[in-house]
Design a protein around this ligand. Structure first.
Ligand SMILES: [Zn+2]
Length: 273
């Protein structure tokens, strides 16, 4: 629990426990969005937790597939992927796939998890990204990707949870009784965004990202094809990192990085003495 000062105010905790929490709408979004960065950070000895917002029950083209069976199958696939990547914990919130809304229940569930794991960094979908559409004159044979509403809802739920609720001692006071005091998230990394400002060199973990994705057997066709696409995408992001920032990487993941809290720096000693 946080400490109370003389006036009864509750101290907001600023020291993280986990390095990262990755929050995606569906089983496999965490893999695509930040799989290689997660695996890399785990390799570096950091703690990473993944969260899946929905039950994944619309992720099939077979109408007769029972919801519960599909949900459990996809959760099992997601657990296997986490095992491959070394991700230490995974949480399933089981909101209805395809119908996720930014409501009280969803925000509170995320506030609870953030206060529980205290991640320094949170990764999630960029909620401002409604679509990715190529210029039809430049690429006449390409079609647009309309971003899934669950992705946008997830981004909005997470941003709202981070501010104002997670760090506010008066928000969700019933969570205090569960031993979950207010906490400050330090940084946000948005994936699937057209406003990239940060590249992570994942040359050492791109292979494991592909292996993790193969765990989602219910979702993909010819396996090699999907892994090849993931590698090609990471290579083209690395190329972009070179052009835009002069960075030398073979494979990269890209994010819009947003700083929310900078811990006070220790004072330099012995200046002028
Ligand atoms: Zn998704």
């Amino acid at each position: 629990m946080g400490d109370r000062n003389a006036s009864g105010a509750l101290q907001v905790i600023t020291t993280p426990d986990y390095e990262a929490m990755v929050i995606g709408a569906h089983p496999d979004d965490d893999d695509f969005g930040a799989g290689a960065t997660s695996a890399l950070w785990v390799k570096q000895g950091k703690k990473v937790v993944w969260v899946v917002m929905t039950d994944g029950t619309e992720g099939s083209e077979v109408p007769s597939f029972k919801d519960t069976e599909l949900m459990l199958l996809r959760e099992q696939e997601q657990r296997m992927a986490c095992e491959v990547l070394g991700v230490q914990a995974v949480e399933f919130l089981r909101f209805p796939d395809g119908h996720l809304v930014n409501n009280e229940a969803a925000r509170k569930a995320i506030v609870r998890l953030i206060r529980q794991y205290r991640p320094r960094v949170i990764f999630t979908h960029d909620p401002t990204q409604h679509f990715f559409a190529p210029d039809p004159d430049e690429k006449p044979n390409d079609t647009a990707y309309l971003n899934h509403p669950d992705h946008r809802a997830t981004g909005n739920i997470v941003l709202d949870a981070i501010f104002p609720y997670v760090g506010n001692p008066r928000s969700y006071r019933e969570l205090l009784a569960e031993g979950l005091p207010p906490y400050k998230v330090h940084e946000l990394y948005l994936y699937a965004t057209s406003q990239v400002n940060t590249y992570v060199d994942v040359t050492d973990s791109i292979e494991i990202k592909g292996k993790g994705l193969l765990s989602h057997a219910s979702q993909f066709g010819p396996e090699a094809e999907m892994v090849k696409r993931v590698r090609e995408r990471a290579a083209s992001i690395a190329q972009e990192a070179k052009e835009k920032k002069g960075l030398d990487m073979q494979f990269a993941e890209a994010f819009r990085r947003i700083k929310l809290y900078v811990p006070p720096q220790p004072k330099e000693e012995g200046t002028g003495a």
